[in-house]
Design a protein around this ligand. Structure first.
Ligand SMILES: [Zn+2]
Ligand SMILES: [Zn+2]
Length: 190
């Protein structure tokens, strides 16, 4: 379970149900698990067990689960901004999706993750680039009419893009219609 501490730092809590142990993985490898963290980990395990309706017999002793230290071969965070990437990397090592390596590069990892998110993202055509709502957020026909910016390929409601407000619905619906959105800082090409 990834969790955020102090509203500015990601850590990873790992529970081993067979061994009844926790690892509290801090990308900075500061090895002090606070009391509040322990209590949070215990609550989390109880929640998981309750939700899955299994393992009631271990509920009683979860407070006694030992917190063990992190494997020393994990890469350590060397900047002040990449804790989230390290946490993702640790998690992928633990579930066997990544090989255990000490030469983890957060810059490369950040770029790979960005590509992955973009590649795996759903079709955004039903979401307006200005308001973020979909095409069907209202029953009003004009309100839900959308068009695609020919420059950035984002879609916009007619009411959300100044250039589209100036065009009639017939113009927008025409197959030849093109426009550049206000985010691209341009004007309708026709
Ligand atoms: Zn909109
Ligand atoms: Zn645009």
């Amino acid at each position: 379970m990834p969790y955020n501490t102090g509203q500015n730092h990601w850590k990873l809590a790992v529970a081993n149900f067979q061994q009844k142990t926790f690892i509290d993985l801090d990308p900075f490898f500061v090895n002090e698990t606070e009391k509040s963290t322990k209590a949070t980990l215990h609550k989390f395990i109880k929640y998981l067990l309750n939700r899955n309706k299994v393992g009631y017999e271990v509920l009683d002793d979860v407070e006694k689960w030992e917190i063990i230290s992190a494997p020393s071969n994990l890469p350590r965070q060397s900047d002040v901004v990449s804790c989230g990437l390290y946490v993702i990397h640790y998690a992928s090592i633990i579930i066997g999706h990544s090989v255990d390596t000490e030469d983890f590069d957060p810059v490369t990892s950040r770029r790979k993750l960005a590509y992955l998110l973009l590649e795996q993202a759903g079709d955004m055509r039903h979401l307006c680039g200005q308001c973020g709502h979909d095409q069907y957020s209202t029953n009003n026909k004009n309100f839900s009419l959308m068009a695609q910016c020919s420059n950035c390929l984002r879609w916009f409601h007619r009411r959300c893009a100044p250039a589209l407000k100036k065009a009639t619905c017939e113009e927008i619906n025409a197959s030849t219609f093109q426009f550049c959105c206000h985010i691209c800082g341009s004007f309708p090409s026709q």
